[in-house]
Ligand binder design. Structure first.
Ligand code: DAH
Length: 319
């Protein structure tokens, strides 16, 4: 019997033999029931036999279970090159921020029109942000810019116009540039954010006129909004750094006029402030809000959306 147990090749067979031996109607069960009729020696012999059989069953079971486990492990051996069992997370591509995308579109258009890209610091001094741009000290025009002041008498630039000044200081004239970047004002509602973005244009040469300005703005807006042509309306306005100053509106979706940028002929004082002779050189400047251009192009009216990082909204808008 012990030999038989030892030679069994499967767990099922072993269990079957075990129940045929120790089960309710098992051979050994029957003999154990009869034990009371045995003398002491026979009883001891039977006990020893039972103990030996139990040990044999246990050893055989362990052996068979071990073998089964080894077989299972061999079957499940991991093939590192086979990725079919692995969890594959859904792949989504990261994208540039919508405003960064818009800024690159804007940059591509201006560069194709012969404008060079210039940038300047976000933290400015009073001279570049205001003084050189012909904002006299204590002039009410400064109040239109709700300014963040920082330590040391500096400020966060309230517009991209100081880049005009820095660029003329470093490059002189003639000059034809565009300057995109972040700008800051202490305001906050659905269409105003403490940080927003502008693009500034500047073209100074010997024969640059207001009609060059209108023509370039038309080309830019048509390409940006992917329209065949755009209708513009020009209204008189006031900026300290331009004379005359205008506000340019675009005819939107066939019916209403939307204000799209400020512009004008660069004020002689601004040119003088950067050492340019206004009798010899003249030209135009313009400044547009990039956040607003993006809102119009992609059709939404809460500018804060761009900074909330809500991935569902960003996807729905197709950015
Ligand atoms: N800097 C002006 C602003 O932030 C915008 C602007 C208007 C810029 C007219 C210009 C300009 O260059 O000519 O409100």
């Amino acid at each position: 019997m012990l030999e038989q147990i030892k030679n069994i090749k499967s767990l099922d067979e072993l269990m079957a033999l075990h129940s045929a031996t120790f089960g309710k109607t098992g051979t050994m069960t029957a003999r154990l029931k009869d034990m009371k009729n045995l003398d002491n020696d026979a009883r001891a012999a039977l006990n020893a036999e039972v103990a030996a059989m139990r040990d044999a069953f246990k050893a055989a079971q362990e052996e068979l279970e071990n073998t089964a486990m080894l077989v299972a492990l061999a079957e499940q051996k991991l093939d590192a090159a086979d990725t079919s069992h692995q969890y594959q997370p859904p792949v989504t591509n990261g994208k540039l921020h919508p405003l960064t995308q818009t800024m690159s579109e804007i940059a591509a258009i201006f560069e194709s029109m012969g404008y060079g890209l210039r940038t300047g610091p976000d933290i400015e001094d009073d001279w570049h942000n205001f003084g050189a741009l012909n904002f006299p000290e204590h002039h009410p025009a400064r109040d239109m810019h709700d300014t963040f002041f920082v330590d040391g008498g500096n400020l966060l630039r309230t517009h991209t116009s100081p880049v005009q000044i820095r660029s003329m200081e470093s490059d002189g004239v003639p000059i034809k540039i565009f300057c995109p970047g972040a700008t800051y004002r202490t305001e906050m509602d659905a269409t105003h954010f403490p940080m927003f973005h502008q693009v500034e244009g500047l073209h100074i040469d010997k024969n640059v006129t207001m009609s060059d300005l209108i023509s370039d703005v038309k080309i830019f807006l048509a390409r940006f909004f992917e329209m065949d042509s755009v209708d513009l309306r020009v209204r008189p306005s006031y900026f300290p750094f331009t004379e005359p100053s205008i506000e340019i509106d675009i005819k939107w979706r066939g019916d209403k006029w939307l204000e799209i940028m400020g512009a004008g002929m660069v004020h002689p004082n601004v040119l003088k402030n950067v050492g340019v002779n206004p009798d010899e050189f003249q030209g135009f400047a313009f400044g547009a809000g990039i956040d607003r251009l993006t809102m119009l192009k992609y059709g939404y009216n809460d500018g804060r959306k761009l900074f909330e990082g809500d991935i569902r909204w960003i996807k729905a808008k197709g950015f």
